[in-house]
Design a protein around this ligand. Structure first.
Ligand code: GRF
Length: 210
């Protein structure tokens, strides 16, 4: 049996992406497992879901630290003890800096609710809706220090319908997130992603699957 990539998930919010990743990891043949979930928000839905899913979970509240570096070092220490190799940011509402990103260099994935490089930052679905785009979507990218700017690994387009409001659009973007985040995790865990400068190249699967 192949060794599974050990994944840490950081989440601050509802945790629907955490759930999608956890469900993917349960499927036979999926090349990764979630070793630890950390939330910076003690009463987050993500933590609740982690417990329900039977995952190891911890709270590391950023408010308990007097600097970002110390908070990040606490995250790193906990993840390393759990043997984590890849980190998925699943709605983690803290910007990560050099302390964290150096410790997991090239191994941090983020999900963002727009087709980057359009609409980086907060409220991306609302931004896209207000701008009147006819197609938006979501992106999984490698995390670098510049927010929402790292190499793009996977994207899914979501059409904007005339009947849409921000909520209905956000719901469909969310559904797309739940498809591409596990897909991107599978690709990196299988070692199929390499980078040519800022461009991620995905090698085809040996069995012809995506
Ligand atoms: C998602 O929309 C994701 O794109 C953004 O934060 C949200 C997290 O949602 N980074 P959930 O907590 O996974 O439901």
């Amino acid at each position: 049996m192949k060794r599974l990539a050990q994944v840490g998930v950081l989440a601050s919010g509802k945790g629907t992406n955490l759930q999608a990743l956890a469900e993917a990891c349960r499927a036979p043949g999926f090349p990764a497992r979630i070793a630890l979930v950390i939330s910076n928000v003690p009463d987050s839905g993500a933590l609740e879901r982690a417990r329900t899913l039977g995952l190891s979970a911890a709270v590391i509240d950023h408010r308990a630290f007097d600097s970002r570096a110390k908070f990040e070092q606490a995250l790193v220490d906990r993840l390393k003890v759990a043997g984590v190799e890849w980190v998925c940011l699943a709605g983690f509402m803290r910007v990560l800096g050099p302390t964290f990103l150096t410790a997991f260099l090239g191994r941090v994935l983020n999900i963002h609710p727009s087709l980057l490089p359009s609409f980086p930052g907060l409220h991306a679905v609302q931004q896209a809706f207000d701008r009147g785009v006819k197609v938006t979507g979501c992106t999984v990218h490698l995390v670098e220090e510049e927010v929402d700017a790292g190499p793009i690994i996977a994207q899914e387009a979501v059409p904007v319908f005339e009947s849409d409001g921000p909520e209905s659009l956000a719901a469909r973007v969310h559904e797309a997130e739940h498809r591409i985040f596990p897909l991107a995790l599978r690709w990196v865990a299988e070692g199929r992603v390499r980078f040519e400068g800022r461009v991620a190249r995905i090698r085809a699967a040996e069995n012809g699957e995506s």
